[in-house]
Design a protein around this ligand. Sequence first.
Ligand SMILES: [Ca+2]
Ligand SMILES: [Ca+2]
Length: 393
Amino acid sequence: MSFTSFMHPRSLPLLLLLAATPAAAQLPPDCSITGPSIACGSAELCGPSGDYNYRWFGPDGSQIGDGRCLGISASGRYQLIVVDRATGASSERCGKVVEVSPAVECSIEGPERICAGSSAVLCAPEGDVSWSWSGPGDFHAETRCIEVSQAGTYSLLMIANGSGCGSACSRELAVESCETNHAPDCSHAAPSVARLWSGGADFQRVEVLGVTDPDGDPVAIEITGVTHDEPGKKTSCPSARRVEGGVELLAERDGGGNGRVYEIRFTARDGQGGACEGSVRVCVPHDHGQEECGDNGQLANALEVCDASKARINAVRKSAGRATLEYSLDQDATVMVGLYDLTGRRVATIESSARSAGSHSVSWDIAPLPRGMYFVRLRSEIGNASRAVPKLD
Ligand SMILES: [Ca+2]
Ligand SMILES: [Ca+2]
């Protein structure tokens, strides 16, 4: 209560004056203001109750209200005149000084739930205030932020250092088991080597990097396929091979092309049942002046082992005591053809000569040979082949 609201110093002489007159009905009403002298944020001031009209005046002297009570949010001196509705008699002005300090807004930032074994950081707003936290297990702290791991209700009391205005709030923190597994993230996968320069001509190791797991599980990468965009005869096969922890790629490209693009496809597993699939690309540029590769379509299986032999046996025929071997060569080659028995011993040399690319046949007399099983072997610098010879009888 303020000093002024109790004393009404100016009304005293008037009361004496009015008491001396016969018209006692003209007695003006008392003026008094009830409400706090110190407030936080806002306050309400009220005049006396009765059959009155009210005229409130703000700190700048202007009229700001006509109800019995007045809500205020600024510091200053507020004044009131009370008018008796029946007689029209006005009171003296009475006043009240109110000091309104800024309200303190309590709030708590931070997670509402955490996984068991981890912790939460809860923070209060900054400001010229004191913080007082309490929580489960006799938790207590006086800092703006707290790091906690126990489930329960955390309460905060904030008190402004100057005005003493305060505010309280609280936050429930739940602690969950979090056994849910999250699949690895393949979206940031990248090759350990993005470019291979041809000329080294050897297999070079490439690993898939950048796959992460939201749970921190170790991730295993399985290469599921390797392709490239240069199918055709000029391609080595395989041009890629799986090795522990990655692949090896041949630093090879078509000399007339726009660079070779390898695509490595993989599955990443976290060992908890989570998996993701992805792919990364490796470029073998045409040369140092054309560092980018154009993808002409991933049509070649780089892991495929092609038929390396360019020499083939097409048939072995037998007729009238002679056998005939038909074979073909992709290139000119020096050909050795031998006849072997089941022990691997060569029993005859059928051919040993330079031959041009194309189909050939050679026949030999089998009449002198003992009965049994034989086979022919063709050897050349471009490939080898073998074929069983029908049983001689
Ligand atoms: Ca996981
Ligand atoms: Ca290409």
